[in-house]
Write a protein that binds this ligand. Structure first.
Ligand SMILES: [Zn+2]
Length: 267
């Protein structure tokens, strides 16, 4: 009898404890949801892939709006770095980090664009066109050396320092504003043995976009890009953006601008 009673009282305690625990859990859940609602996100994990850094939500939005049907793993995260805008008005972030892959000729590029670059070169060669990367990634110091050289060359032609500097800036980006420092810009020339420059430039103009590369400084966009026509300078932006840029006949600045407050604000 006695053991029966004590067992009964234990069983009476259990539901009361359980009830308190459920209340506590509900309390935390409500708090969590309210907090996220206040932050403007209904579901707090939306859009967060496996990448540790913050998600570029704008890109996700454009993906669905564009409706190109091309889904790549990672979605918005994958694109953010591809569309970084660096020009004379938008210097690169000071803490920008690049992981490089060295090419056989000693030049290097951002490791993420290497497979596309290699594929482009392989395909070009299979069609009898022989390109080579004349200049890939550059350090800020290298960029400054190039600028100094260019200014020196104009001075040697009789320009004043100010004049020489102004002219040089049309061809060479001020350190901190060059896509070469991102590792995403490459100067592509002919190998000088099997192909001539123009053959390579023409092939790139026709085919570069298929591999995610755009002719970055076209003749008719110098006002917008701030750089003179450079048929050799190609910039990786990803296949989707490259196709769209070509279809619309715009340059990267205009492409980002047209996409309004989504990509345009991203640096
Ligand atoms: Zn270049």
């Amino acid at each position: 009898m006695r053991s029966g009673r004590s067992r009964q009282s234990k069983w009476m305690l259990f539901p009361r404890l359980l009830g308190r625990m459920i209340l506590l859990v509900l309390f935390f859940c409500c708090g969590f949801l309210l907090y996220n609602l206040a932050q403007g996100q209904f579901w707090p994990f939306e859009g967060q892939g496996v990448m540790p850094y913050s998600v570029d939500k704008a890109k996700d939005g454009r993906d669905s709006a564009g409706g190109s049907g091309e889904e790549k793993e990672g979605g918005g995260d994958e694109e953010a770095w591809q569309l970084i805008l660096v020009n004379k008005w938008n210097p690169m972030p000071e803490d920008y980090q690049v992981e490089l892959t060295e090419l056989s000729n000693g030049q290097s590029v951002d490791s993420r664009i290497y497979p596309s670059l290699q594929k482009m070169f392989d395909d070009a060669r299979s069609q009898g066109i022989y390109p080579t990367v004349a200049s890939g990634y550059r350090t800020a110091r290298k960029q400054k050396e190039l600028m100094d050289e260019k200014i020196g060359a104009y001075e040697a032609e009789g320009c004043t320092r100010a004049e020489a500097t102004r002219k040089a800036k049309k061809w060479v980006a001020v350190p901190g504003t060059s896509e070469h420092q991102l590792g995403l810009g490459v100067d592509i020339n002919a190998d000088g043995v099997h192909s001539k420059g123009k053959e390579v430039y023409d092939w790139l103009e026709r085919n570069g976009y298929r591999y995610g590369f755009i002719h970055r400084y076209p003749e008719d966009k110098t006002e917008v890009t701030g750089i003179s026509n450079e048929p050799w300078h190609y910039r990786y932006v990803g296949e989707k953006a490259a196709k769209e840029i070509r279809r619309r006949g715009v340059c990267l600045e205009e492409y980002l601008e047209e996409d309004g407050d989504s990509a345009g604000e991203k640096k």
